[in-house]
Design a protein around this ligand. Structure first.
Ligand code: GLU
Length: 379
């Protein structure tokens, strides 16, 4: 029996509405959730970090507010999400609480995963929760998100979350046990595909648009999620979530489709820093700091000689050596005014100036790409 989860230390698990909410009663499937919580607790005990992206707010809220099960207006969906989210997080807190695990709720909209400042903050909150042994429970902030700034499906949302926290695997638990050569409901000849080495046009063609009445995403949004995840170095598993103990099943040889990650996550982050960001400023460093960066260390205020540009925490900046050559690029940890204030100062003085708890690095090595010399150090 092969354990499909054995290689992974940091997971994002996406739970579809049709798995957590009973379609007939509109209530949480409590027995199922209790079993899933057991699976999560077992992983947690093994030291695996888990972030849950849970759908179900709209499906639960419908029942609570007495709305019909089909054709809700956007306003009704948003009201349903608002009422349902409370029930959803209570269910999570209670089921994981039974295993002594604390949950933290985070509701996000696309600007949070796409805008650098929010991205860095959300990532810090999530990793802090993980460091404290909690399990973050994430959903889209459906009750305030407008149509234009909405993921609308938790498949793609969970892929963004997985890449944000650099999970090594994203698991989509839904009502289907993987990718088939054609939608199985329509084609009796459809074959299950256990492993997808790369998402090609052919793979995309296999994904029909079918979705159940409870969940938003069909196979198409799952393949979209797969593209986001795998390109960022995160593997993806699609497995059937509805039976009891769906994660345990994966550790015992249960049917699923695995999408292989393309390249390493560190390479992917490096591509992301290099490729998609505008530079908001320049930071000039002295020779000692330049050497430290080339050796793979973080940029500390003490090595900074001059700061230029209008940037805020999370913006991308260029780092230049005393000859004015760009030696690195990274996401800056302080606003421009703060950076100016602490440049040339040691860590103690920096902490005094910025207050306790302030981050002591100006650019953390994890958020930096060194352009010259020891490039490999950033990976
Ligand atoms: N965020 C939605 C909810 O909680 C679910 C979206 C989806 O089904 O993918 O109801």
């Amino acid at each position: 029996m092969s354990n499909a989860l054995a290689p992974y230390r940091r997971l994002t698990v996406k739970i579809g509405s049709a798995t957590i909410v009973d379609g007939a009663t509109g209530r949480v499937r409590t027995e199922w959730l209790a079993a899933l919580a057991e699976d999560l607790a077992a992983l947690h005990k093994q030291g695996v970090s888990v972030v849950v992206v849970s759908s179900g707010a709209i499906a639960l809220g419908r029942g609570l507010l007495g709305l019909s099960a089909v054709n809700l207006t956007l306003e009704q969906q948003q009201a349903a999400a608002s009422a349902g989210q409370i029930a959803l997080s209570q269910a999570w807190a209670a089921s994981l609480g039974r295993h002594g695990i604390v949950t933290g709720q985070i509701l996000i909209t696309p600007n949070i995963t796409e805008e650098r400042r929010y991205f860095l903050n959300a990532r810090t909150t999530i990793t802090t929760l993980l460091g404290l042994g909690a399990i973050p429970i994430i959903n889209e902030n459906d009750s305030v998100a407008t149509q234009e700034i909405r993921y609308g499906d938790n498949d793609r949302l969970s892929a963004r979350v997985a890449t944000m926290i650099e999970a090594d695997c994203l698991i989509l638990l839904s009502d289907i046990d993987g990718l088939y050569t054609a939608p199985p409901a329509r084609d009796p000849e459809a074959r299950h595909i256990p492993f997808v080495p790369a998402i090609t046009g052919e793979i995309e063609d296999m994904a029909g648009g079918a979705a159940s009445h409870l969940s938003r995403g069909g196979m198409t949004t799952k393949i979209e999620a797969g593209k986001i995840a795998t390109q960022a170095g995160t593997a993806m598993i699609i497995a059937k979530g509805t039976p009891l103990h769906p994660l345990k099943a994966l550790t015992e040889g249960g049917l699923h489709t695995l999408f292989a990650a393309a390249g390493s996550r560190a390479q992917a982050r490096k591509r992301w820093i290099m490729g998609t960001l505008d530079l908001a400023g320049q930071i000039y460093v002295d020779a000692g700091a330049a050497k430290a960066l080339l050796d793979g260390r973080s940029l500390l205020p003490i090595g900074v000689t001059r700061v230029k540009g209008e940037f805020v925490r999370g913006d991308a900046v260029a780092i230049l050596d005393p000859d004015g050559r760009e030696i690195a690029r990274g996401l800056v940890g302080l606003d421009r005014e703060e950076a100016d204030l602490v440049k040339g100062k040691n860590s103690k003085r920096t902490a005094e100036l910025l207050g306790l708890g302030a981050r002591s690095e100006l650019v953390h090595r994890d958020n930096m790409v060194v352009l010259m010399g020891l490039e490999a150090k950033t990976a």
